[in-house]
Design a binder for this molecule. Structure first.
Ligand SMILES: [Zn+2]
Ligand SMILES: [Zn+2]
Length: 230
């Protein structure tokens, strides 16, 4: 080693102040961990859509002139339909289509044979292909399309949770931890903080990893109640 410092490649997924992605990677470990957690959540909860009333057999089509927001059961029916794929960002996207299309693309790039699932085996397809994608995260983090993949996974996750009747969590504030900078003054983390996950009393900042307990969060909410977080 001659002490030469290579230009750091910055993560394409970090929301602000990108972290280093590591040699050969387009995304940092922290962002890839979040992406993996979203994939796992979709695979774990997709089967619950079968329990939502009115989710079979409609094919996800909407009547002409229908309001822009479908009722939750139509939303669920469309998400169960493997054909539901968005033509523009923001449109409904079936978890089945998401997993099958990305796993197919990845297998094609890697020269692997596609896997066929019997018609109707949608839960098995989502779980099976999510497992394949999760086992390929290192490979995915090296691809230029990782941000497009992450955006689709995020959109599907939020559509799925909304179809299951869950409202998106409201931010409780912004992280107040000061981060040391290599050059220049320290900066405040300021990433959005959300309430703890079910069964937990601790909320962890997704950017810096600082843990907040319930009292910390109450103080934060009080101190920042005049702010307008975006
Ligand atoms: Zn990142
Ligand atoms: Zn933080």
């Amino acid at each position: 080693m001659d002490g030469t410092v290579e230009d750091a490649v910055l993560c394409v997924l970090c929301p602000r102040e990108p972290r280093e992605a590591g040699p050969g990677h387009a995304a940092c470990t922290s962002c890839m961990t979040r992406l993996a957690a979203d994939l796992e959540l979709i695979a774990r909860r997709f089967g619950e859509l079968t329990a939502v009333p009115g989710t079979t057999g409609t094919g996800g089509r909407r009547a002409p002139g229908f309001a822009s927001k479908p009722p939750p059961n139509m939303h669920s029916a469309a998400l169960r339909d493997p054909r539901t794929a968005p033509s523009r960002p923001g449109e409904l996207h079936s978890p089945v289509h998401l997993m099958l299309s990305w796993a197919l693309e990845l297998r094609r790039l890697r020269g692997q044979k596609p896997v066929a699932y019997p018609p109707g085996a949608d839960v098995a397809a989502v779980i099976g292909e999510a497992r394949y994608l999760l086992a390929s995260m290192d490979w995915i983090s090296r691809q230029g399309w990782v941000s497009r993949f992450r955006d689709e996974v995020r959109a599907v996750r939020s559509q799925l949770l909304s179809a299951l009747g869950e409202r998106p969590p409201r931010k409780v504030g912004r992280c107040r931890r000061w981060l040391g900078a290599v050059d220049g003054p320290p900066e405040q983390c300021a990433d959005a903080l959300f309430p703890p996950r079910e069964g937990s009393r601790i909320s962890t900042c997704r950017r810096c990893g600082h843990a907040y307990d319930l009292l910390d969060m109450a103080l934060l909410l009080d101190a920042q109640s005049g702010d307008r977080p975006t």
